[in-house]
Design a protein around this ligand. Structure first.
Ligand code: ATP
Ligand code: MG
Length: 218
């Protein structure tokens, strides 16, 4: 059984997340991608909708897929939400599964600021996906991988489909360019606050949930 772990704030979930998960699922032949909304993100405090609302929006967004699933695992863990704890808990629950931790280039570059980052990089394999505004070449700043500039540039130019490398922790990382979708939750919140349209940036069920619960207005 192959499981993709897709963590995030999902504040709110949008088509950038959904399309990324679908493409990785297909490319890595995953049985499932688990969306894991952070209940209590340690590094984000601004403009955060309550966990229950972020969970409900994901539930509506994922209704149409059998293989993209929602996990409430961080809701059962006390205190701040730490990825290391979440993954360790999942590994106990699914003892024979192969896990890939999925994240965008921006999120991978942020790992040094997380709780026990070295422990995280030995715990699981990774899938690092492209995201508009970031380059695979930026990964040269990461302390957790050593990759040649030429190879990273090829990925950025769309010359190679994907690349497998070893992290310094000896774990595998797949570098995977995906269809560029230039959507972010920050931009959605900003537009909505100004009374601008957010239609077609996220599923209609999520848009109507935001409106009826008056989220992101203040
Ligand atoms: P915010 O602007 O609030 O940070 P976000 O759009 O970045 O929101 P997150 O919940 O922070 O969404 O991201 C969860 C994961 O999804 C991260 O690994 C991030 O890199 C990835 N991701 C988010 N949007 C995209 C996108 N448009 N394309 C590829 N990856 C994305
Ligand atoms: Mg983000």
């Amino acid at each position: 059984m192959k499981i993709g772990i897709f963590g995030g704030t999902f504040n709110p979930v949008h088509y950038g997340h959904l399309r990324a998960a679908e493409e990785i699922r297909e490319r890595l032949d995953l049985n499932t991608v688990l969306f894991i909304p952070s209940r209590n993100p340690p590094l984000k405090t601004k403009d955060i909708a309550p966990a229950k609302h972020r969970y409900e929006m994901l539930k509506r967004a994922l209704r149409g897929s059998k293989q993209l699933n929602l996990s409430d695992i961080e809701f059962g863990l006390k205190g701040k939400s730490y990825t290391v704890r979440t993954i360790e808990t999942l590994q106990l629950q699914y003892r024979n599964a192969d896990f890939s931790f999925i994240l965008g280039i921006d999120a991978f570059l942020d790992i040094p600021h997380w709780w026990h980052p070295e422990r995280l990089t030995v715990l699981t394999d990774f899938a690092i996906i492209s995201r508009p505004g970031y380059l695979f070449e930026d990964l040269r700043e990461s302390p957790y991988l050593k990759a040649g500039k030429a190879m990273l540039k090829e990925l950025d130019r769309g010359k190679t489909g994907h690349h497998r490398i070893k992290l310094t922790s000896k774990r595998d990382a797949l570098l995977l360019p995906i269809t560029p979708v230039g959507i972010s939750s920050t931009e959605i919140r900003r537009l909505h606050k100004r009374g601008r349209s957010i239609k077609y940036l996220l599923p209609p069920e999520v848009e109507s949930y935001i409106i009826s619960n008056k989220l992101y207005k203040h």
